[in-house]
Design a protein. Structure first.
Length: 333
C-alpha cells in the first residue's frame, strides 16, 4: 500500500438537526491532568471547543448541524474518531472510540488492514484494492459522517486529475465540494500536472536554521542525474527506503547524486534520523515542518522519490524499491 496511508485519524461530525453529542475522553494516566484538550475541525483547522483534563478525563458537549472533520489534540498528540449525536466514549490508552459509527469504522479498518497484510499482493494490487474499498465505503455512507472521510481519502489516495475530481463531485452530495480537503486534492492535481514526467523541475527555497537558504536548484539541473527523496524520520517506509538508496549509490557511484528533502517533520528528529540511518548525502532541512516542497510537487504520501535528469527534466516520480532501481539503471547507462 502507499507509503503513507491516510490513516483514520479524522474526527467527523454527523449532521444532527439539533441533536446533541457528548464526548467523554479517558486518558491512561495522570500525565495530562491540568492540560487543555482541543477539539478542532480537521478540515479547516479551527478549534471547536476546549476542555481541561481532570482526573484523567475530559468531556465535550455540543450540537452539529453539518458534518465536518476534526481532531482532538491533548498532551501534544492528535487523536481521531467520529463524533455523532448521543454518547461517544474515547479511550486514549486503549485507542478505541465507542459509538455506532465508530464501531462501523473500526470494523471496516480491520478488513482494510487485511489488504495491507496480504503478502500475495504486489504494491500496485494492494493500492488498487485499498482504493476500491475506500470508494465503496464512501458510496455506502454518503449521508453519514463516514462518507466525507472516505471520499477525501479516496481523492488523496489516487492521482486524479482536476477533471476527474470534478466528475466525482457531480455524483457526491453538494456539501462535499466545500470541503477544504477536496480543494487540497484539486490543488495537488494541478501541481501534479505541472510537475509530471517530462516537465522541468519547479524550484523551491528553504531557510535553514543558520539563516542560509537552500534551493532545489543548488543540486538539480547542474548537468548530473539527481535522485531526490522526500521523506520524514517518523515514516517507517521512508526509513526502509534509505538502505535501498544507499545500495544504489554504492553500485553506481558518481553516475548520479542523491538529495534528501525532509518534509512534514521536526528538524531535530530529522537530524537524529540522519545519524541513525547513516545518511551521507545532503538533506534539505527547514526551521520547522516543511510542507511547501510537497505542495509544489503535488505529493500526497511519502517516501516520494523523483529522478531529475542532467538538465533538470523530471525523468521519473513516485517509484520506489525495484521499480526505482530498474528506472535508474536505464538512466545511468
Amino acid at each position: 500500500m502507499k507509503k503513507i496511508v491516510f490513516i483514520f485519524t479524522a474526527l467527523l461530525m454527523l449532521a444532527s438537526c439539533s441533536k446533541g453529542y457528548k464526548v467523554t475522553v479517558t486518558f491512561p494516566d495522570e500525565s495530562t491532568n491540568g492540560e487543555t484538550a482541543f477539539l478542532t475541525n480537521y478540515d479547516t483547522g479551527d478549534t471547536i471547543a476546549t476542555a481541561t483534563i481532570e482526573n484523567n478525563t475530559c468531556t465535550f458537549e455540543g450540537t452539529a448541524d453539518k458534518g465536518f472533520f476534526a481532531r482532538l489534540y491533548a498532551g501534544g498528540n492528535p487523536y481521531g474518531f467520529i463524533v455523532e449525536p448521543g454518547e461517544v466514549n474515547l479511550n486514549i490508552g486503549e485507542g478505541t472510540a465507542v459509538s455506532p459509527l465508530n464501531d462501523k469504522m473500526a470494523a471496516w479498518s480491520k478488513e482494510a488492514q487485511k489488504i495491507a497484510d496480504d503478502t500475495t499482493l504486489t504494491e500496485a494490487e494492494s493500492d488498487a484494492r485499498y482504493a476500491e474499498e475506500l470508494f465503496k465505503l464512501y458510496q455506502d455512507n454518503k449521508d453519514n459522517a463516514i462518507g466525507p472521510w472516505a471520499f477525501c481519502n479516496y481523492l488523496m489516495y489516487k492521482d486524479f486529475s482536476e477533471a476527474d475530481i470534478d466528475a466525482l463531485l457531480k455524483e457526491a452530495p453538494e456539501a462535499y465540494a466545500q470541503l477544504k480537503r477536496v480543494e487540497k486534492a484539486k490543488n495537488a492535481a494541478r501541481q501534479l500536472a505541472v510537475t509530471a514526467e517530462g516537465q522541468k523541475f519547479t524550484d523551491f527555497e528553504v531557510m535553514a536554521e543558520d539563516g542560509s537558504k537552500q534551493k532545489l536548484s543548488d543540486y538539480v539541473g547542474k548537468g548530473k542525474i539527481v535522485v531526490v527523496d522526500f521523506w520524514a524520520s517518523w515514516c517507517p517506509p521512508c526509513r526502509a527506503e534509505i538502505p535501498k538508496l544507499q545500495a544504489l549509490k554504492a553500485k553506481y557511484g558518481d553516475k548520479f547524486d542523491v538529495l534528501g528533502v525532509a518534509v512534514w517533520d521536526n528538524p531535530d528528529d530529522t537530524r537524529k534520523a540522519i545519524e541513525e540511518l547513516k545518511i551521507t548525502w545532503p538533506v534539505i532541512i527547514g526551521t520547522q515542518k516543511l510542507t511547501e516542497p510537497t505542495d509544489l510537487y503535488g505529493i500526497k504520501g511519502i517516501p516520494h522519490i523523483i529522478i531529475f535528469g542532467p538538465d533538470g527534466t523530471i525523468l521519473s516520480r513516485g517509484k520506489t524499491g525495484d521499480a526505482l532501481a530498474n528506472k535508474l539503471a536505464e538512466e545511468v547507462k
